[in-house]
Design a binder for this molecule. Sequence first.
Ligand code: ZN
Length: 171
Amino acid sequence: MSKLLSQNIESLAEFLAHALELEVESAERYRELADNMRVHNNPEVSELFRKLAHYGDTHAAEVEQRAADFELPYISPWDFKWSCPEAPESPCMEDAHYMMTKCQALELALHNEIRGRDFYAQVANGSSDPAVREAAAEMAAEEDTHVNMLREWVAREACVTEKRPLDLDPP
Ligand code: ZN
């Protein structure tokens, strides 16, 4: 698992600032994907992404509520943005996502749920502050349920078959 944080998070306020950014962005991305899937006649997947957007909203609201007691620190523009799965040729994010297929959308979502979960898990393991560890572990567990939900969808859609076939005739 690649390191998603350059240094450990040692205060709850700092953790909440990161979590808020992560959840807000995630909800936005899911809304975009949901709209995109609706336009392309994938109402079921659109529905799934709406649900995931809703989870992101709920998380963000919980985090904001917890953060009410704190002055959240400014965190510098963070590189924890949604990213594309490893496949460099898959359409991803703004550039090409209007032409994204159902499987590509699911893979993109799965990739980012895994990153979210791993981020929280890394915070939980790395912090010396018990309050941070506890909050991060809770979030990691919830993200893990989203990862599993998406894995089931990817399996159900038999997305593997849509991936580029193994290169049988390498250069
Ligand atoms: Zn999630």
